[in-house]
Design a binder for this molecule. Sequence first.
Ligand SMILES: [Zn+2]
Length: 281
Amino acid sequence: MTYLRVVPLTAGECLNVSALTQRGAAWRVQTYPAGFALLLHPTRGPVLFDTGYSARVVAAMRRWPGVLYGLLTPVRLDPRQTAAAGLARLGFAAMEVRDVIVSHLHADHIGGLRDFGAARFHLDPAAYRPLRGLRGVAAIRKAFMPELLPDDFESRLQPLVFQPAPLGLSPFPVAADVFGDGSAYAVQVPGHAAGLIALIVRTTPQAALNGDGAGLTLLASDAAWSVRGLREGLEVHPLARIVFDDADAERRSAGQLRGWLQAHPRARVIVSHDAPEARHA
Ligand SMILES: [Zn+2]
């Protein structure tokens, strides 16, 4: 069975109030990493799951209307921290990346897309449909900065094809086998954003979808603010729900992710804005 190596990386960090990201937490400002992941595929080479921030996001936040975004979620970015720079440090040129899986189109996930000129972008079409053509304040209200998309984005877009999911992905009814080899399945977890996906990846040759989760990694993107919050079903502050695209869908998605994790207790969990879990044995 094809399997991938998962390398969690970060490109910048954002500031937010703890009490908003987790109910009952203190009212103080905390920094959250803008995480993404490098997935090493045996034949496709380096694949990215999101990209984190880039200098383009910081520049856009200095102009109207991006400045609104910067007020809500201030960003810290060292230029050496971008996805392209992180990959270069690991020995990969940006042009080697032929596949970027995009969990959703918020600025902290697509900041680096323009740096990967040879990549196709795999995403749920439901993520792009409501944003297509949005400009100015209307776009910023959706945490979307259209200028972060490459000019030829649409011709490089590779819509994920969702089909009835294998039994081991229950309770998710459908999943997209991203490379057609069972190494990475995208599942739909909308709510935080329309079309948000999580990725379930095999990281060992023996990893079985219908086992206890050993050898599987769940990359949950922004479906939760913390690994603990996801595993234990902790609620975010009701105020934080205001920014959700769809609060009911968010609850449903969190419940499905928790259900899958309960059935796969040994799976490793990585969310975008929290430290990744240590690798499970
Ligand atoms: Zn997001």
